[in-house]
Design a protein around this ligand. Structure first.
Ligand SMILES: Nc1ncnc2c1ncn2[C@@H]1O[C@H](COP(=O)(O)OP(=O)(O)OP(=O)(O)O)[C@@H](O)[C@H]1O
Length: 218
Protein backbone atom coordinates (compact mmCIF):
# COMPACT_ATOMS: atom_id res chain seq x y z
CA UNK A 1 0.00 0.00 0.00
CA UNK A 2 1.08 3.58 -0.67
CA UNK A 3 1.54 5.58 2.56
CA UNK A 4 -0.20 8.73 1.20
CA UNK A 5 -2.93 7.11 -0.83
CA UNK A 6 -3.95 3.64 0.37
CA UNK A 7 -5.70 2.96 -2.94
CA UNK A 8 -2.40 3.10 -4.81
CA UNK A 9 -0.37 -0.08 -4.73
CA UNK A 10 3.41 0.13 -4.56
CA UNK A 11 4.88 -0.53 -8.00
CA UNK A 12 6.07 -4.13 -8.06
CA UNK A 13 9.81 -4.43 -8.70
CA UNK A 14 10.46 -5.36 -12.34
CA UNK A 15 10.77 -9.09 -12.81
CA UNK A 16 13.89 -10.21 -14.66
CA UNK A 17 13.07 -11.43 -18.19
CA UNK A 18 15.76 -14.06 -18.27
CA UNK A 19 17.83 -16.24 -16.02
CA UNK A 20 21.36 -16.11 -17.40
CA UNK A 21 24.46 -18.17 -16.80
CA UNK A 22 27.72 -16.39 -17.67
CA UNK A 23 31.13 -18.10 -17.74
CA UNK A 24 29.76 -20.81 -15.47
CA UNK A 25 32.09 -23.68 -14.52
CA UNK A 26 31.17 -26.58 -12.28
CA UNK A 27 33.52 -29.34 -11.18
CA UNK A 28 33.19 -32.26 -8.79
CA UNK A 29 36.82 -33.00 -7.90
CA UNK A 30 38.55 -33.82 -11.17
CA UNK A 31 35.24 -34.14 -13.02
CA UNK A 32 34.43 -31.07 -15.10
CA UNK A 33 30.65 -31.01 -15.65
CA UNK A 34 30.36 -27.47 -17.07
CA UNK A 35 33.12 -25.30 -18.46
CA UNK A 36 32.51 -21.65 -19.37
CA UNK A 37 28.80 -22.04 -20.03
CA UNK A 38 26.81 -19.10 -21.37
CA UNK A 39 23.10 -19.57 -21.71
CA UNK A 40 19.86 -17.68 -21.03
CA UNK A 41 16.43 -19.04 -20.24
CA UNK A 42 13.39 -16.82 -20.68
CA UNK A 43 11.13 -16.54 -17.65
CA UNK A 44 7.50 -17.57 -18.04
CA UNK A 45 8.28 -20.51 -20.35
CA UNK A 46 8.83 -24.22 -20.13
CA UNK A 47 12.46 -25.24 -20.63
CA UNK A 48 13.09 -28.90 -21.31
CA UNK A 49 16.57 -30.00 -20.29
CA UNK A 50 17.52 -33.16 -22.14
CA UNK A 51 20.67 -35.25 -22.16
CA UNK A 52 22.18 -38.62 -21.46
CA UNK A 53 22.52 -39.98 -17.93
CA UNK A 54 25.31 -38.16 -16.19
CA UNK A 55 25.39 -35.28 -18.70
CA UNK A 56 24.55 -32.71 -16.02
CA UNK A 57 20.77 -32.07 -16.07
CA UNK A 58 20.40 -32.28 -12.29
CA UNK A 59 23.56 -30.24 -11.75
CA UNK A 60 22.25 -27.49 -14.04
CA UNK A 61 18.92 -27.42 -12.19
CA UNK A 62 20.67 -27.32 -8.82
CA UNK A 63 22.79 -24.39 -10.05
CA UNK A 64 19.69 -22.55 -11.32
CA UNK A 65 17.83 -23.23 -8.07
CA UNK A 66 20.79 -21.94 -6.03
CA UNK A 67 21.27 -25.27 -4.24
CA UNK A 68 24.70 -25.65 -5.84
CA UNK A 69 27.19 -22.82 -6.38
CA UNK A 70 29.27 -22.50 -9.56
CA UNK A 71 33.06 -22.79 -9.18
CA UNK A 72 33.39 -19.82 -11.52
CA UNK A 73 31.07 -17.46 -13.34
CA UNK A 74 27.69 -16.23 -12.20
CA UNK A 75 23.96 -16.77 -12.53
CA UNK A 76 21.58 -13.81 -12.69
CA UNK A 77 17.83 -13.43 -12.85
CA UNK A 78 16.69 -15.67 -9.99
CA UNK A 79 16.99 -13.30 -7.09
CA UNK A 80 13.78 -12.81 -5.12
CA UNK A 81 11.89 -15.48 -7.06
CA UNK A 82 10.10 -18.24 -5.17
CA UNK A 83 11.12 -21.76 -6.17
CA UNK A 84 9.45 -25.13 -6.02
CA UNK A 85 10.98 -28.48 -6.96
CA UNK A 86 10.34 -32.14 -7.52
CA UNK A 87 13.61 -34.02 -7.21
CA UNK A 88 14.30 -37.53 -8.47
CA UNK A 89 13.46 -38.73 -4.95
CA UNK A 90 10.00 -37.92 -3.54
CA UNK A 91 11.32 -36.28 -0.33
CA UNK A 92 8.07 -36.84 1.56
CA UNK A 93 7.67 -37.43 5.31
CA UNK A 94 6.67 -41.10 5.44
CA UNK A 95 4.80 -41.01 8.76
CA UNK A 96 2.75 -37.92 7.95
CA UNK A 97 -0.44 -37.87 5.90
CA UNK A 98 -0.74 -36.87 2.26
CA UNK A 99 -2.53 -33.64 3.26
CA UNK A 100 0.13 -32.65 5.80
CA UNK A 101 2.91 -33.28 3.28
CA UNK A 102 1.24 -31.20 0.58
CA UNK A 103 0.37 -28.43 3.06
CA UNK A 104 3.96 -28.10 4.32
CA UNK A 105 4.80 -24.98 2.28
CA UNK A 106 1.51 -23.38 3.48
CA UNK A 107 1.66 -23.76 7.25
CA UNK A 108 0.19 -20.27 7.73
CA UNK A 109 -3.18 -21.23 6.21
CA UNK A 110 -6.03 -21.28 8.72
CA UNK A 111 -9.82 -21.65 8.75
CA UNK A 112 -11.57 -21.30 5.40
CA UNK A 113 -8.33 -20.69 3.50
CA UNK A 114 -7.02 -24.01 4.80
CA UNK A 115 -10.27 -25.78 3.85
CA UNK A 116 -10.17 -24.28 0.35
CA UNK A 117 -6.55 -25.35 -0.06
CA UNK A 118 -7.35 -28.91 1.07
CA UNK A 119 -10.22 -29.01 -1.43
CA UNK A 120 -7.78 -27.99 -4.18
CA UNK A 121 -5.42 -30.78 -3.07
CA UNK A 122 -8.22 -33.31 -3.15
CA UNK A 123 -9.41 -32.17 -6.59
CA UNK A 124 -5.88 -32.30 -7.98
CA UNK A 125 -5.16 -35.75 -6.54
CA UNK A 126 -8.48 -37.04 -7.90
CA UNK A 127 -7.65 -35.64 -11.34
CA UNK A 128 -4.35 -37.52 -11.07
CA UNK A 129 -6.24 -40.75 -10.34
CA UNK A 130 -6.01 -40.81 -6.53
CA UNK A 131 -9.27 -40.76 -4.58
CA UNK A 132 -9.74 -40.48 -0.81
CA UNK A 133 -6.04 -40.36 -0.03
CA UNK A 134 -5.64 -37.08 1.86
CA UNK A 135 -5.64 -38.66 5.31
CA UNK A 136 -3.48 -41.69 4.47
CA UNK A 137 0.12 -41.78 5.70
CA UNK A 138 2.73 -41.73 2.95
CA UNK A 139 4.21 -45.10 3.96
CA UNK A 140 0.95 -46.83 2.95
CA UNK A 141 1.17 -45.55 -0.65
CA UNK A 142 2.67 -47.18 -3.73
CA UNK A 143 5.71 -45.65 -5.42
CA UNK A 144 3.58 -44.11 -8.18
CA UNK A 145 1.17 -42.63 -5.62
CA UNK A 146 4.06 -41.06 -3.68
CA UNK A 147 5.34 -39.55 -6.93
CA UNK A 148 1.95 -37.92 -7.51
CA UNK A 149 1.88 -36.52 -3.97
CA UNK A 150 5.35 -35.02 -4.53
CA UNK A 151 4.13 -33.50 -7.81
CA UNK A 152 0.95 -32.14 -6.21
CA UNK A 153 2.95 -30.53 -3.40
CA UNK A 154 5.28 -28.88 -5.90
CA UNK A 155 2.66 -27.52 -8.29
CA UNK A 156 0.40 -26.22 -5.50
CA UNK A 157 3.28 -24.28 -3.95
CA UNK A 158 3.10 -20.51 -4.42
CA UNK A 159 6.22 -20.28 -6.61
CA UNK A 160 7.51 -18.40 -9.65
CA UNK A 161 10.03 -20.99 -10.84
CA UNK A 162 9.46 -24.75 -10.85
CA UNK A 163 12.11 -27.46 -11.16
CA UNK A 164 11.11 -30.97 -12.19
CA UNK A 165 13.86 -33.59 -12.30
CA UNK A 166 12.56 -36.65 -14.17
CA UNK A 167 9.19 -36.10 -12.53
CA UNK A 168 7.26 -38.86 -14.31
CA UNK A 169 9.71 -41.63 -13.42
CA UNK A 170 7.82 -44.81 -12.47
CA UNK A 171 4.40 -43.74 -13.77
CA UNK A 172 2.61 -45.84 -16.38
CA UNK A 173 1.42 -44.25 -19.63
CA UNK A 174 -2.21 -43.75 -18.56
CA UNK A 175 -1.24 -42.24 -15.20
CA UNK A 176 1.33 -40.03 -16.92
CA UNK A 177 -1.43 -38.65 -19.18
CA UNK A 178 -3.74 -37.95 -16.24
CA UNK A 179 -0.96 -36.28 -14.28
CA UNK A 180 0.13 -34.06 -17.14
CA UNK A 181 -3.46 -33.10 -18.04
CA UNK A 182 -3.94 -32.04 -14.41
CA UNK A 183 -0.68 -30.17 -13.78
CA UNK A 184 0.20 -28.43 -17.06
CA UNK A 185 -2.60 -25.81 -16.77
CA UNK A 186 -1.42 -24.99 -13.23
CA UNK A 187 2.03 -24.12 -14.58
CA UNK A 188 0.81 -21.67 -17.25
CA UNK A 189 2.91 -18.50 -17.30
CA UNK A 190 5.44 -19.89 -14.80
CA UNK A 191 9.10 -20.56 -15.42
CA UNK A 192 9.47 -24.32 -15.62
CA UNK A 193 12.64 -26.41 -15.91
CA UNK A 194 11.80 -29.97 -16.88
CA UNK A 195 14.64 -32.50 -16.99
CA UNK A 196 13.93 -35.72 -18.82
CA UNK A 197 15.38 -38.42 -21.06
CA UNK A 198 12.08 -38.87 -22.86
CA UNK A 199 11.24 -36.34 -25.55
CA UNK A 200 7.66 -37.74 -25.67
CA UNK A 201 6.90 -36.03 -22.33
CA UNK A 202 7.23 -32.64 -24.02
CA UNK A 203 4.08 -33.15 -26.11
CA UNK A 204 1.99 -32.03 -23.16
CA UNK A 205 3.47 -28.49 -23.27
CA UNK A 206 2.40 -26.07 -25.98
CA UNK A 207 5.79 -24.60 -26.98
CA UNK A 208 8.60 -25.81 -24.77
CA UNK A 209 12.11 -24.60 -25.44
CA UNK A 210 14.54 -27.51 -25.70
CA UNK A 211 18.12 -27.42 -24.40
CA UNK A 212 20.41 -30.38 -24.93
CA UNK A 213 22.93 -30.43 -22.12
CA UNK A 214 25.65 -31.90 -24.36
CA UNK A 215 25.41 -28.74 -26.51
CA UNK A 216 25.85 -26.10 -23.82
CA UNK A 217 29.51 -26.37 -23.08
CA UNK A 218 32.37 -28.43 -21.91
N1 LIG B 1 27.72 -34.25 -5.47
C1 LIG B 1 28.43 -34.81 -6.45
N2 LIG B 1 29.67 -35.25 -6.22
C2 LIG B 1 30.41 -35.83 -7.20
N3 LIG B 1 29.98 -35.96 -8.47
C3 LIG B 1 28.75 -35.54 -8.76
C4 LIG B 1 27.90 -34.94 -7.78
N4 LIG B 1 26.73 -34.60 -8.36
C5 LIG B 1 26.84 -34.99 -9.64
N5 LIG B 1 28.05 -35.54 -9.89
C6 LIG B 1 28.53 -36.04 -11.18
O1 LIG B 1 28.27 -35.03 -12.15
C7 LIG B 1 27.85 -35.62 -13.39
C8 LIG B 1 26.51 -35.03 -13.76
O2 LIG B 1 25.55 -35.56 -12.85
P1 LIG B 1 24.01 -35.16 -12.94
O3 LIG B 1 23.33 -35.83 -11.81
O4 LIG B 1 23.90 -33.69 -13.04
O5 LIG B 1 23.61 -35.82 -14.33
P2 LIG B 1 22.15 -36.07 -14.95
O6 LIG B 1 22.22 -35.67 -16.39
O7 LIG B 1 21.12 -35.41 -14.12
O8 LIG B 1 22.06 -37.66 -14.82
P3 LIG B 1 20.77 -38.63 -14.68
O9 LIG B 1 19.98 -38.47 -15.95
O10 LIG B 1 21.39 -39.99 -14.56
O11 LIG B 1 20.03 -38.20 -13.46
C9 LIG B 1 27.84 -37.13 -13.16
O12 LIG B 1 29.06 -37.66 -13.66
C10 LIG B 1 27.76 -37.27 -11.65
O13 LIG B 1 28.40 -38.44 -11.19
Amino acid sequence: MNEHNPCLKEKEPDRPRFVTLSHVCKNFGALNVFDDVHISFEHGRVHALMGASGSGKTTLMRLLAGIEKPDAGHIEGMSGLKRSAVFQEDRLCENLSVAVNIRMPHTGLKGQDKQRFLQRCENLLRAMGMDETLTRPIHELSGGMKRRVALARAVLADADVFFFDEPLKGLDEKTEQRVMTAIVPLLAGKTVFWATHREGELRYFSSPSLTRIEDIGK
